[in-house]
Design a protein around this ligand. Structure first.
Ligand code: FAQ
Length: 310
């Protein structure tokens, strides 16, 4: 048991001791975690929709079963993460209400449409690639249940990233039409993937406090740079061109320099104005309403069983 005061709490964080659900924690720490973990959970759940759009149209049975498994993994990640948020006293029902009303945020990236099969490759390659870069450090974050959930999630994301790259590789080794589908998908998903890492550090209102609490271990710009440095050689291997004329190796920094994303587009998507925001929320609300009878039946069953107990 720890003394309920902020200095000793911060000392424990600095010493690398994990915070567990029953430990004392500052209200701000709890709130920040509920915000980030629930946004993360919503992202996994809404994140099923763009790819779900292609399950019935996957080009082969093998691709279809891989995609089905990936989308199911994302549902699982969402459920882990809602459970992690519940350990902080959040009620799942409230989190879902906030998602369905448009009050809660989820990742901007899932508000873009999947127009061709190549988009499924690009999502796995770029979006899951970004997710891994963001989530590997979270395995070491200060809150125990979140850190532990991330371990398994990251293993699955690594598989997702490879399946995406494998789709891109197949297309890039295919016909000229297939190569141009792959290039078109990269052209459309590149900038949203770059922006997915969040606003620039100077505009990231939560970073300083979250990093002090080790809820975040790296800043948005650090992770964005890592994503770009890792992805450029992969694009070269595929023979694809990244749609950024400002992209250039900087020998002095030992990193790629890159152009400025369209931050106005980013904020607009976050505020609900992206190409698919309304469609995504509508799909989630409908799924929730369609599932009402399952929840009612489970509740009735549990009540009946409780009555039968001696
Ligand atoms: N979209 O002060 P910061 C996946 C908001 S991976 C929407 O920098 P923070 C796997 C931010 O919430 C995707 N909103 O915020 C998958 C804040 O607003 P608030 C999910 C964004 O929290 C792959 C405001 O802007 N991963 O799902 C975004 O310190 C394929 C100011 O920003 C996670 O959630 C954005 N991109 O840093 C599934 C990882 N960026 O809340 C299916 C955990 C920022 O104050 C298919 N989360 N905002 O009202 C994090 O690491 C952090 O929360 C960041 C944002 C880095 C996302």
């Amino acid at each position: 048991p720890t003394a309920p005061d902020e200095p000793s709490f911060q000392q424990r964080i600095d010493a690398g001791i994990k915070i567990e659900p029953r430990d004392w924690m500052p209200e701000g720490y709890r709130k920040t975690l509920v915000r980030q973990i629930s946004q993360h959970a919503h992202s996994e759940i809404v994140g099923q929709l763009p790819e779900g759009n292609w399950i019935t149209r996957a080009p082969t049975l093998r691709r279809k079963s891989i995609l089905l498994a990936k989308v199911q993994d994302e549902a699982g990640h969402g459920l882990y993460l809602y459970s992690a948020a519940e350990t902080l006293g959040a009620a799942r029902e409230d989190l879902l209400t906030d998602l369905h009303s448009g009050r809660a945020k989820y990742s901007s990236i899932f508000n873009y449409p999947t127009l061709s099969w190549a988009d499924i490759g690009a999502i796995g390659w770029l979006v899951d690639g970004s997710a891994i870069i963001n989530q590997i450090p979270l395995c070491r974050c200060s809150y125990g249940p979140y850190a532990r959930a991330m371990v398994r999630v990251c293993k699955e994301e690594a598989f997702h990233q490879r399946q995406g790259f494998d789709i891109m590789l197949t297309l890039c080794r295919g016909t000229p039409e297939q190569r141009s589908m792959a290039q078109d998908a990269l052209d459309r998903w590149w900038w949203p993937s770059v922006m997915m890492h969040g606003p620039r550090d100077e505009d990231s209102v939560n970073s300083a406090q979250s990093m002090q609490w080790k809820i975040k271990l790296h800043s948005n710009d650090e992770l964005r740079q890592k994503f770009i440095d890792q992805t450029v050689p992969q694009a070269e291997f595929l023979g694809l061109t990244i749609p950024d004329p400002g992209l250039k190796w900087n020998a002095e920094r030992q990193h790629y320099d890159y152009g400025e994303p369209n931050w106005q587009e980013f904020w607009n998507v976050i505020k609900g104005g992206g190409p698919c925001n309304r469609e995504r929320l509508r799909a989630r609300v409908k799924a929730y309403e369609d599932g009402a009878w399952v929840r009612a039946a489970a509740l009735a069953h549990a009540e009946k069983r409780a009555k039968r107990q001696p």
